[in-house]
Ligand binder design. Structure first.
Ligand code: TA6
Length: 298
């Protein structure tokens, strides 16, 4: 298997002067720093992980000050990619939470500047099957467009010779001023599974508000939700995503996470764009599925 490219090689092949710069980031992990007319962003090759997206003077993403930056651990915050399963593995309790992609280094497939936007495509194509969860011939691409909004396209290409079933999520951590003042609209009258209450099925009435640990998988969700934090609104527009996961660990769970500050629960909320559970994808051989989330400051 070829050695991963060096920072210098990546900068020489894909760098764009004054726009995209590849460099060692936290923990020596390689990242791309992106600067456009409308926004700045940071994207790690580790997990194809967007860790920052700053526009209108505000970073839309939360990044834990306690996050680890090492090859075998996901970065805490930003936009972790959950693939090819969401949550615990269905049968293997020793398998990592949220799948395999967020702790693997992606390759840079392309970098392009288009008008005021930058598009970076990162690719993960294991050289051999990973268990039976990721057969040979399945390629995962993360096509990220940095513009006045952050557009993330998670593309699964199946050339394995057989149908491929998977779950996926863009597990986005949003920065908010105070979770007690946050409302998430767009999920009214939607059914959800309450993971804090034995996965009981419930119906959302009005906007989602936060008064304790919140961990819900909303089903058959509308394409757009909006986070209101009292100072600004963040719109999440999606394509080909049938589930939305809403999570805040609150006090006890925050204290139990070594890579998360004890008080950081007050300044974040996860609103995740997903296809999981009954909305898992079954992709025929020869087909490609793309799930999109577009984050905009309103
Ligand atoms: O998306 C919500 C969730 O599944 C929570 O149950 C919690 O486990 C969270 O993801 C974070 O998971 P992680 O493996 O990143 O610590």
């Amino acid at each position: 298997m070829n050695a991963p490219p060096t920072v210098d090689h990546l900068q020489a092949e894909f760098g764009l002067t004054g726009i995209v710069h590849f460099e060692p980031g936290e923990g020596g992990l390689i990242c791309a720093r992106v600067r456009t007319r409308h926004a700045q962003a940071v994207i790690y090759l580790h997990g194809a992980h967007v860790t920052r997206f700053v526009t209108g003077g505000r970073d839309l993403l939360f990044l834990s000050e306690k996050s680890h930056y090492q090859a075998d651990t996901p970065i805490r915050g930003g936009v972790p990619i959950c693939f090819p399963w969401f949550g615990p593995h269905a049968t293997d309790s020793s398998a990592p939470m949220h799948g395999l992609a967020r702790t693997r280094q992606f390759a840079v497939e392309s970098v392009a500047a288009r008008d005021d936007d930058v598009e970076i495509t990162l690719r993960l194509r294991p050289g051999q099957p990973i268990g039976d969860a990721w057969p040979l011939g399945v390629t995962l691409r993360h096509r990220i467009v940095i513009g006045s909004s952050l557009e993330m396209n998670l593309e699964v290409e199946n050339a394995s010779g057989a149908p491929f079933g998977f779950e996926e999520a863009l597990h986005t951590y949003f920065a908010v001023n105070d979770i007690h003042r946050v409302e998430v609209s767009g999920l009214d009258n939607t059914e959800y599974l309450d993971k804090t209450d034995g996965m009981n099925r419930k119906k959302q009435v009005g906007p989602v508000r936060f008064t304790g640990e919140t961990d819900r998988v909303y089903l058959a969700t509308p394409a757009t939700t909006t986070i209101h934090d009292g100072e600004c609104d963040i719109e999440i527009a999606t394509d080909h995503a049938d589930a939305t996961v809403v999570w805040n660990p609150w006090i006890a769970k925050a204290a139990a996470m070594p890579d998360f500050g004890d008080d950081e629960w007050q300044r974040m909320v996860c609103v995740e764009t997903a296809n999981c559970g009954r909305h898992a994808v079954n992709l025929p051989d020869g087909m490609t599925h793309t799930m999109t989330a577009r984050l905009s400051l309103k």
